[in-house]
Design a protein around this ligand. Structure first.
Ligand code: G3P
Length: 218
């Protein structure tokens, strides 16, 4: 499973990209609203930081506007992927964008039925939202599993990009069920990185190495 980072914060992207584990970036209007600066400049900088699919979301209701805005954003960099919110207009826009070589990430997907429509339209990615199910007491993992299974049994070239990740368990469960990608908020990536037993082990190793060096020097 590939790991993407889910943020528009350039500092977080730069820090986490330095770990060598990030294969792409996803953003959305909410994430963009959390940072300052011109969105196009942010997208350009993200494309410099991470060599992989960079999702930029279009905010439009009609297919024509989705295509126009999508083509404008895609012109920023070859790695820009256009994010469209699931719906009939987005399905129609996806076919038009795909026809000119622009990849689409169909977002705000919650069911396997929606995911199949997105895949059939030619979307390169489909983004099932796990956490928002959990937010209302439903099982986001089970919904993702249905989507992964349905697309795995189909002949579409659409990658499942698990989104709305709330904790490291979501990431591991997405990998275990065969999701192609998980897009992970920086906070969760930092949680994945750390464990108290790792910290304790490092402290012990460092102390023992220092003790040996001290004996050797005496
Ligand atoms: O990539 C989509 C993701 O950012 C949505 O997450 O936490 O707003 O459900 P959330």
């Amino acid at each position: 499973m590939k790991l993407f980072v889910d943020t528009a914060d350039l500092n977080d992207i730069e820090t986490i990209a330095s770990w060598g584990v990030v294969a792409g970036v996803t953003t959305n209007p909410t994430l963009l609203n959390q940072v300052e600066g011109d969105p196009d400049d942010i997208y350009r900088r993200v494309c410099e930081l991470v060599d992989g699919p960079i999702s930029a979301e279009v905010v439009a209701d009609a297919r024509g506007d989705m295509v126009t805005d999508g083509r404008r954003l895609a012109a920023i960099h070859d790695n820009i992927v256009i994010k469209l919110p699931m719906g009939a207009e987005a399905l129609a826009a996806t076919a038009s964008l795909r026809a000119v070589g622009i990849r689409v990430n169909m977002t705000l997907v919650f069911t396997a039925a929606q995911a199949l429509l997105a895949a059939a339209s030619g979307a390169a990615f489909v983004s099932p939202f796990l956490g928002r199910f959990d937010d209302i007491g439903q099982d986001g993992i089970e919904s993702l599993r249905e989507i992964v299974e349905a697309l795995a049994m189909s002949d579409y070239n659409t990658e499942v990009l698990a989104a709305s990740i709330r904790n490291p368990v979501h990431v591991v469960e997405a990998a275990r069920m065969g999701s192609d990608i998980a897009t992970i908020p920086p906070k969760i990536l930092y949680q994945m990185l750390n464990h108290p037993l790792t910290a304790a082990g490092i402290e012990t190793f460092n102390a023992d190495a220092a003790a040996r060096a001290e004996r050797a020097a005496s």
